[in-house]
Design a protein around this ligand. Structure first.
Ligand code: ZN
Length: 90
């Protein structure tokens, strides 16, 4: 857990993250509402990565792909093969 979110319960963190992903309120409003000591551009970096349960790394058969904080962002896996593959296609 990020220390800047440690004053929030797990449930509050989930709600905050859902609100952020759904875009119901501005990031500045969420920071103020949840009393988080961060900048709007940095809030997303406080969340843990999203694990995509419906996915799998093509190199590591049982490992799920993750993405940074949003379902809209590219999925990847933290292995050398996948990093090499991503480097080729981007
Ligand atoms: Zn992998």
């Amino acid at each position: 857990m990020n220390p800047k979110l440690s004053h929030l319960s797990a449930e509050q963190q989930n709600t905050l993250r859902d609100d952020y992903l759904l875009g119901k309120e501005s990031v500045a409003a969420l920071i103020s509402k949840y009393k988080i000591d961060t900048k709007p551009s940095e809030l997303v970096s406080l969340f843990p990565p999203v694990v995509h349960e419906d996915s799998a790394c093509v190199y590591c058969s049982n490992e799920k792909l993750i993405s940074n904080h949003s379902t809209r962002e590219p999925r990847y896996h933290e292995c050398a093969q996948y990093r090499g593959y991503m480097a080729l296609i981007t």
